[in-house]
Design a protein around this ligand. Sequence first.
Ligand code: NAD
Ligand code: 3PG
Length: 483
Amino acid sequence: MTLLRITATRTALRVPFIGTKTTTVTPVSLSARCYSGHPIKVTHYESGWTADGVDDSIKGIEKYCTQTFNKISQVGLSVFPKDLYDVIPRDEAHGRPAHALMLRSHKLQEDQVDPSVRAIARCGAGTNNIPVARMTELGIPVFNTPGANANAVKELVLCGLFLGSRRVIDGINHMKDLGKQGLARERVEKDKALFGGREIKGKRLAVIGLGHIGAATARDAHSLGMDLVGYDPGLSVKSAMKLPRNMDLADSISSAVANADYISLNIPYIKGTPEEGGTHGIIGHAVLRHMKSDAVILNFARGELVDSVAMKEFLDKGGEGRYISDFPDDVLWNHENVVIIPHLGASTGEAEDSAAAMAAETLRLYLEHGTIRHSVNFPDTSLQEKDSNHIRITVVNKNKPGVLSAITDVFAKHGLNIVQQINHSRGEIAYNVIDIEPAAGDSHDFRELQKELTMHDGILSSRIMGGVAGNGYARNIDGTYYA
Ligand SMILES: NC(=O)c1ccc[n+]([C@@H]2O[C@H](COP(=O)([O-])OP(=O)(O)OC[C@H]3O[C@@H](n4cnc5c(N)ncnc54)[C@H](O)[C@@H]3O)[C@@H](O)[C@H]2O)c1
Ligand SMILES: O=C(O)[C@H](O)COP(=O)(O)O
C-alpha cells in the first residue's frame, strides 16, 4: 500500500520511510499527476491481500498490471505506456495479481476477478459475458466501448440484408456441387431460376434498437432506398438526431415489425424475459405472429434474443421468411432458410483496433486519474486535476444516506482540507473523487486515514493515487480490511 505518512510543504511532498520498502518516483512515473515537478518519496505498505500477512508475489511490482482475456489488438494495447503498465495474457500471469482486466467475448467468472482488480474493460459493446451486477456489489467499475465497433457490425448487417434477399449462399454452394461434377457451364443458365430473389429498394426495414449500430444501419438503409420504421424506448437525443428524417417510430416491437420486410435486431441482451425487464427470447411467438410470412430477420445483436423454437415454427410455416444470425444456434443451424455466421460482426482490423484503444484509454483514465466514462455500472465522473500539490483519493461507496458525510468527517478528523471533490451516484453505487492539499509542514498518517475511510460500513473501496503504480488500493470485503 502506498503513502503511509506524508509530510507536506507547499513545494514538495516528503514521505518518510515507514514500511518495508521505499521508492523514489518522479512525476513521469506518476502518470502525469501534478506534483509540481518535485520528486516524491513513496513508502509501500506491502500487506498483500490478507488483512495482516505479506504476500511476496506482489512485492516490488511498480507498474499497473493489465491482464487480457481473448486476443486483443496490439494497436489498442500500445495505448498503455510500457514504463507504467505490464500487459499480459491471463494464462501467462502465473498468479500475478491484476489491476485491470481487458476482454472481448470471454465469459468472465467471478473467481477470475482477483481482489486486486480495480476495473474491467470490455473491448466491444455487449457486457452480458461479465457478471456486472456482482461487480457492482464488489465496487468494481465495468467499462465498454460504445460505438467503437458499430461500423463493422453495420456493414455485416447490410451484408445480411443482401444475403436475405438474394439466395447468394445457396447459389454459391450449388455452383460448387456442379463444378465437382463438371456440369457448371452446362447447367448454370437453367439452374439459376432456383435462386431468384428480390430487391431491397422500396422495402420496409424495422430497426429494433436505435443506438450506435441501429442508427447507422437505418442511415445506410435509407441511402439504399428503404422505407424505415424504428423502435427504441430508450432512444437518446444524440441517437435520434442521427436518424433519417422521415423514419417512422413505433411504440412497440410488434407494431414495428408488422408490415416490415426486414427486421434488424440491435439491442443488448439482458438476462430475464421481457416481462422480467430483460430481453431473453424477446423475439418469440408474441412478436413473430405479427411478422409477414416472408420477413427476413437479421440478428447481429445476441443469439439469446431469439426464441429458436418459435423461430423454427415461423420458418416452417411454408412462407419465404428467413433468419440471418451472427450467433450459433443448436435448433436452427441447418435450417434451409437460416444463415448462421460465426460472430463476425466486430471482427475487422479497424473495429478491433478502435475498441481496444478506447478500452485502454478508458482504463488509463480510471487508473491514473480516477475518471469514469463509458461505464455500464458506475456514474460518469470527472474532476479536472488542479495544478498544485494535491493528493487525489477516490472512494467507492454504497449509495445510502450518511456515507458522504462520514467520508468528509474522516478527512476533517485527520485535519485534511478537501480542496475539491465530486460525488456521483448510479443505482446502488456512489463514487467520489476527492483532492486534498496538506498544509505546509503538516504530518498526516495516510495509512490510518485510508483504513478508517475504507472500513466505514457503507464503503467498498478506496484508492490513494499518485504513488507507485498499482499500489494505494484498499477494500472493505464484508468488514475485513484488504490493502
Ligand atoms: N455481432 C457483433 O459482433 C456485435 C458487435 C457489437 C455489438 N453487438 C450487439 O449489439 C448490441 C447493440 O450495440 P450498439 O453498439 O448499437 O449498442 P447501443 O447501446 O449503442 O444501442 C443499443 C440500443 O438498444 C436500445 N434498447 C435497449 N433495450 C431495448 C428494447 N428492449 N427494445 C428496443 N430498444 C432497446 C437502447 O435504448 C439503445 O439505444 C450490443 O448490446 C451487442 O449485444 C454485436
Ligand atoms: O458486443 C460486441 O461488441 C460484439 O459481440 C463483439 O464481440 P467480440 O469482440 O468478441 O467480437
